[in-house]
Design a protein around this ligand. Structure first.
Ligand code: SF4
Length: 94
């Protein structure tokens, strides 16, 4: 997530420092944070299912716009960018 998104979560008390990894720079030169990973995946996962940031208006942009398709989801999962992926439940077609 963007640094400004992390700051907003901290300011609103929706997260704490330990909920985020260290600042890193991606291939495009963007400075970003990843959420910390707990026993179940992303620390923002709800106890049952779903993201506890979903209804706050402060869900990280990357979690809203990506993945755009199952292939991108698999790529992101393989790069440890979707720590909640294992908790996803897909609706069966038809
Ligand atoms: S959508 Fe998933 S990865 Fe993103 S903050 Fe919520 S639980 Fe974490």
């Amino acid at each position: 997530m963007w640094p400004r998104e992390r700051e907003a979560l901290l300011a609103k008390g929706l997260g704490q420092e330990s909920d985020f990894g260290a600042l890193y720079v991606d291939e495009e030169g963007d400075e970003l944070f990843r959420t910390a990973v707990g026993p179940r995946g992303c620390v923002f996962l709800r106890e049952g299912r779903g993201c506890r940031l979903h209804d706050t208006g402060l869900k990280p942009q990357v979690c809203v716009v990506a993945p755009r398709d199952p292939e991108e989801a698999d790529e992101m999962r393989d790069e440890d960018m979707l720590p909640c992926h294992h908790a996803w439940q897909y609706a069966s077609p038809g």
